[in-house]
Design a protein around this ligand. Structure first.
Ligand SMILES: *[C@@H]1O[C@H](CO)[C@@H](O)[C@H](O)[C@H]1NC(C)=O
Ligand SMILES: *[C@@H]1O[C@H](CO)[C@@H](O)[C@H](O)[C@H]1NC(C)=O
Length: 406
């Protein structure tokens, strides 16, 4: 490290001392030399070229030195992992991707947030990068986790790649031990927070021959898990790292890692949570003759806020199948009463009443259709007379999104 730093310093300073001036001043010189004899200008151009070459060499040296430093750092880190097996994770230096993806900007963290974060095992765990724990390894030496002084939280890695515990019975003698410990239950979801899970050691055809001390598990943002391991009950038992779940560490934020058989895992893009849209509104008065657009002002339900009580217009917020209903109540006035449902300017369904005897009739009409996002829906009162008051709920308009489509 020190040697490299010196080399870098040498590379940096060689330009200052060895190269003849920097590019800017040479350029300036050339400008001023426009009226000089050609050979003088030529000499200046050569000097400029030399200077640029020198600079290029310096930059190349610098690049080489930095690359070496980077590599050495990497090797050193990898070696540390191999030698001590456990390296305390530090968010400030490692795993830049996680930081990038994090919803919280670390610079904008309030005190409260950073306090919460300091206690969060998702940010404070020990890296457990031991290749022998992999579900596909069989070693002669049998490891026993009873001999480990477990403390705090751990995250499983295989040669630097994040993975998780198997959720299935692992064959005997795998994971560098006799009875491999697997998680007897599903990994939690983020909203579950910290959960307690049973672990089982497989031995002699019994998947849970050694029911071990339960452990705690937490799912973290960025598709990884942290485990609070405890010493198992006997030897030789050891916690497994499922090699098939390496793929999970590469899932994107909007994906989750899924498996049907708990053997083959894949990243699956989360389905968009379907929108909920429901509205129900009434007109609390009488309508006589023509009313181009009924403004149902009394809103009882407006989930998704797609209905505008000021204009009386419902606007489809997403593409999908919608159902609408609208009603009226008329009496014997010797007139036809027609209300139309209007979608995107087209009159698509009517509520028609024509009462000739002295009586009162209510009429309810429904309509179901496929709508694109942004489609407008309202009800028009074409002619006749409709009656309602604030409590009667006879002139109403409502609807629901039944199924959202992609
Ligand atoms: C276990 O799986 C990893 C990743 O697929 C592979 O690199 C390694 O060689 C495998 N080890 C054995 C012993 O099969
Ligand atoms: C998931 O996120 C990636 C970027 O991280 C983006 O390109 C992709 O469109 C997203 N997919 C969905 C369905 O949101």
């Amino acid at each position: 490290m020190v040697v490299l730093a010196v080399a870098l310093f040498a590379a940096l300073s060689s330009c200052a001392f060895g190269c003849s001036g920097n590019t800017n001043s040479t350029e300036l010189g050339l400008w001023q030399m426009e009226n000089q004899p050609l050979d003088v200008q030529l000499a200046a151009v050569f000097k400029e070229m030399e200077s640029l070459k020198c600079e290029q060499t310096t930059l190349q040296q610098q690049h080489v030195a930095l690359t070496q430093m980077h590599l050495k750092n990497h090797q050193k880190r990898a070696q540390e992992k191999v030698e001590t097996h456990m390296v305390t994770y530090d968010t400030n230096h490692d795993d830049e991707e996680e930081e990038e993806e994090g919803e919280e900007d670390s610079l904008n963290l309030s005190d409260e947030d950073s306090k919460r974060r300091r206690r969060d095992p998702c940010f404070h765990y020990t890296v457990l990068d031991q290749a022998w724990r992999a579900t596909n390894t069989t070693t002669r030496s049998k490891m026993c986790d009873r001999n480990v002084k477990w403390k705090g939280w751990y995250r499983l890695f295989y040669k630097g790649l994040s993975l998780q515990m198997p959720e299935r019975c692992v064959p005997v003698d795998k994971c560098g031990t006799h009875a491999p410990l697997w998680l007897a239950g599903p990994h939690p979801k983020i909203r579950d927070g910290v959960v307690t899970r049973k672990v089982c050691g497989h031995w002699k055809k019994k998947c849970c021959a050694f029911p071990s001390t339960p452990i705690k598990v937490k799912k973290c943002r960025g598709n990884y898990y942290v485990y609070q391991f405890t010493a198992p009950t006997s030897c030789s038992l050891a916690y497994c790292a499922d090699i098939n779940t390496i793929v999970c560490g590469r899932c994107r934020r909007n994906q989750s890692c899924v498996s049907r058989d708990k053997i083959n895992w894949r990243c699956k893009t989360k389905r968009m949570s379907s929108r909920k849209v429901h509205f129900f509104a009434s007109f609390p008065g009488q309508i006589t003759g023509k009313m181009n657009r009924i403004r149902y002002s009394k809103v009882l339900v407006n989930v998704g806020r797609a209905y505008n009580s000021r204009t009386g217009v419902f606007r489809a917020p997403v593409k999908g199948v919608y159902q609408f209903f609208f009603s009226t109540q008329t009496a014997n006035v010797g007139l036809k009463t027609d209300l139309w449902l209007v979608i995107n300017g087209y009159w698509v369904a009517v509520s028609h009443t024509h009462v000739t005897r002295p009586s009162t009739v209510g009429s309810l009409s429904t309509y179901m259709t496929f709508l694109r996002r942004g489609a407008t829906v309202y009800v028009t009162h074409n002619h006749g007379r409709s009656w309602a008051n604030a409590a009667s709920m006879t002139i109403i308009f409502g609807g629901s999104l039944l199924a959202q489509s992609k």
